[in-house]
Design a protein around this ligand. Sequence first.
Ligand code: FAD
Length: 434
Amino acid sequence: MTHLTRADAPRVAVIGAGWAGMAAAVTLIERGARVVVFEASRQLGGRARRVTLDGADLDNGQHILIGAYAEALRLMAVVGVDPRVALLRRPLELRTASGFHLKVAPLPAPLHLAVGLLAARGLGFADRLRAARFVHGLRAARFRLPRDGTVAALLASRDQGEALRRLLWEPLCVSALNTPPDRASAQVFANVLRDTLGGARAASDLLLPRTDLGALFPEPAAGFVTQRGGEVRLGTPVRTLEARAEAIRLDPDPAPFTQVIVACGPQHAAPLLRGDPRLSGIAEAIDALEHEPIYTVYLQYPEAVSLPLPMFGFTDGLLQWAFDRGALSGHHGLVAGVLSASGRHEALTRPDLAAAIHGELAAGLPNLPAPRWTRVIAERRATFSCRPGLARPAIQTPVERVLLAGDYTASDYPATLESAVRSGVAAARLALGH
Ligand SMILES: Cc1cc2nc3c(=O)[nH]c(=O)nc-3n(C[C@H](O)[C@H](O)[C@H](O)COP(=O)(O)OP(=O)(O)OC[C@H]3O[C@@H](n4cnc5c(N)ncnc54)[C@H](O)[C@@H]3O)c2cc1C
C-alpha cells in the first residue's frame, strides 16, 4: 500500500462527499491514485451530516448502525476512528412504551435469537412461536424468497398475526428499509434479516453513535485523503460531466481526469448523466426511483430527563423510536424522536408535529415536563423507496470511465450507510482495475 501519490498515477474525480464519496476517496488514495473530491455544499457527509442546533453539534437525522455494517466499521478504523469509542455497542434489544420487550439471549447464533424471541414480553406464546418459525423458515431457505413481493404479503403468507406485525416486523421493516410493509420489498427485508438476525450474534448488535455524524466518518476521511495529497473541495458543485474517449472533463476543473465516480444522491446524479446519450438510460432508471422521508424531532427537556434505554420504541402513534442523546452523546435531557417513511405526520406543521411527539413521549414516560425547545428536521428525500423488484443502477456504466456510487446503486441492501460505503469502495476498486 503506497501513501504517496505519483505524478503519473490515475487522477480520479469523486463527485459528492457523502459516505459513498468519502469511502471511494479513501479507497482510491490508499491505492495510490490522485483524488479530487467535489462537494456542492459547504459541508461533508451528505444525508448523514452534523448540524448545529442551539450551540450543540447534532445530526441532520438520528442514525443507527448495526454490527453487520462490516465495511463502514472497517473504513472508520482505516481513517483513525475507533468504533469502540465512537459507537455505543449493545446487544439487539427492542423495547417499547407499550410493554413489548425483545432482547437477544447471550448464546451463540442462532440460539440467541430463537431464545430471545421465545422469551419476548408483550406477545402471546403462540405469536412468539410463529415468529421463531418464520425466521427458522427463512433461514432454511437461505433467506431467498421464490419471488419478490411486499413485506406485508410475506408476513400474511407466513402466519404472522396483527400483534407480531405491529410490534415486531413493521417497526423493523420501516427502520431498516424506510418503506412501509405494504410497499416494501420482501426480498430486501429478508436480506436484512439474513445479515442481522440470521448472522453471528454480533451482527445484530445495535451501534449507536456517540459523536455527531460528521466526526464519525466523513471528516476524518477527508483528513485522511488530504494528508495523503488528495483534495476535498467544498462549495464546488460539478455542473457538467463530459466523457471523452481519452479522458473525463468536468466543469469547474479544466484538467482531465482518468475516471469519475459520480457519488451524488440519485436526484443530483441523474442530471449529470443525462447529457450523454450512453448514460441517459441510467438517468431514466434513477428518475424512476421514488423516495421516502425521514423526520427527526429534537426535544430538549431539563437535564435530568432520560429514557429507560438509549433507544426506546413507541407504537400506535406517529413516533417510532426515541433516542436519549444524554446517554449517547452527553446532551443531557435531549431526546431525538424518529419518524421513518411517509405518513400522516407530513401533513402537520412543525410546531404541531413537535407538540404531538411530546404528547406521545409524555404518554409513555410518566411525569415528563414540557420541553424547553423543539426542532423538526425533515429530510424529504431521505432514501429511495425500497419497492419489490426495483431496478437499481449498477456501479459500472456503459462508459468505462464513469462509475456510480451511492446508497441507491444495485445491491441487496436498502439505502443505508453500509450500502453507501460498500458502493464507494467497489467503485474505487473498479476505477483502478482491481
Ligand atoms: C434522516 C435520515 C436518517 C437515516 N437513518 C439511517 C440509519 O439509521 N442507518 C443507516 O444506515 N442509514 C440511515 N440513513 C440513510 C443514509 O444516511 C444514506 O443512505 C447515506 O447517507 C447516503 O449516502 P450517499 O453518499 O450515497 O449519498 P449522499 O449522502 O446524498 O451524498 C451525496 C453528496 O453529493 C453532493 N452533491 C450533489 N450534487 C453534487 C454536484 N453536482 N457536485 C458536487 N457534489 C454534489 C451532496 O451535497 C451530498 O453531499 C438515513 C438518512 C436520513 C436522511
